[in-house]
Design a protein around this ligand. Structure first.
Ligand SMILES: C[S@@+](CC[C@H](N)C(=O)[O-])C[C@H]1O[C@@H](n2cnc3c(N)ncnc32)[C@H](O)[C@@H]1O
Length: 274
């Protein structure tokens, strides 16, 4: 069982029970354990995984807006427990490829054991970085991390609900690394919380009440990685410095109370300048 930060013993017990019972109920489903789905932020007690599957399909379809085709070479940063990888097995052909880069060893292990044997063009790489929430036992420093891939190796990079957990210095480093490993003209599809948006929704538990440096805000100063929002202009300026330019428009999400959001979080599609 993967331990979810912040869960008390009663929740841990319930999650443990579901980790044991669910595989008996859904024998044939390609579904990661309940605790892993909670770990990557599936908030509801979604027994059977319909939210997990719907959210994965939602993002996989959106990737067509960033040029996904059957032959794309896709890098998924913070690939979690395969929420995107699973639907991409139906959209990528054997000529395409998928690489997941993820901090948490058990999630990488689950994906490697359950997906790679069936889809050999899908591989999962663990990055041994320290993160107080996602990988407390890790060793490396994400602020200086070099992705273990060659320059120009990917056509499309995806980061769903990942920059929303990266401290500003790490986000900068990751923008530069994304640009390096993207092929010329390739695209980055990344989600954010842009704090310039007025939060109107009462449903959203995010308020970003505390400033975190000049360009970011968080809800919990003790655990900034739990959810971090950036100023849109700052992200676009830093992306530009990294050689990544916006494919307009900025695709605002529903998290801030918009009714007509593109997705839950705000989305940028950036292309690597030629
Ligand atoms: C909210 S989850 C989203 C997972 C996945 N992208 C999805 O949409 O299902 C964030 C994921 O990013 C990973 N992560 C956090 N910091 C990271 C980093 N510096 N490098 C790579 N992965 C990271 C976490 O371990 C976690 O699995």
């Amino acid at each position: 069982m993967v331990r979810v930060p912040g869960d008390g013993w009663k929740r841990r017990l319930a999650v443990l029970a579901l980790d044991r019972v669910e595989p008996l109920m859904y024998r044939k489903a390609l579904l990661p354990p309940f605790s892993m789905r909670r770990f990557i932020g599936e908030a509801r007690w979604d027994v059977g995984g319909s939210d997990f599957r719907n959210n994965g399909r939602h993002f996989a379809e959106k990737l067509h807006d960033a040029g996904l085709d059957a032959c794309s070479r896709v890098l998924d940063i913070g690939s979690g427990c395969g929420r995107l990888a699973i639907p991409l097995t139906e959209l990528l052909s054997a000529q395409g490829s998928y690489t997941g880069l993820e901090l948490s060893p058990p999630l990488v292990q689950w994906c490697s054991e359950h997906l790679t044997p069936r889809y050999p063009n899908f591989r999962f790489v663990q990055c041994d970085l320290k993160n107080p929430l996602y990988n407390p036992a890790g060793a490396g420093d994400a602020r200086t991390y070099t992705f273990p891939f060659q320059d120009g190796a990917f056509d499309l990079i995806v980061a769903t609900s990942v920059f929303t957990h990266l401290l500003p210095e790490i986000a900068l480093r990751y923008l530069h690394e994304c640009a390096r490993v993207l092929a010329s003209g390739g695209r980055l599809f990344a989600t954010f919380y842009f704090i310039d948006q007025t939060v109107q929704s009462r449903e959203s538990s995010l308020r970003f009440e505390h400033a975190f440096g000049e360009n970011a805000r968080v809800d919990d100063l003790a655990r900034p990685e739990a959810g971090i929002g950036f100023r849109l202009e700052w992200v676009l300026q830093q992306a530009d410095k990294a050689n990544l330019r916006l494919d307009p428009p900025v695709r605002f999400g529903t998290w801030s109370g918009r009714k007509d959001g593109y997705s839950g979080q705000d989305v940028l599609i950036l292309h690597k300048k030629r």
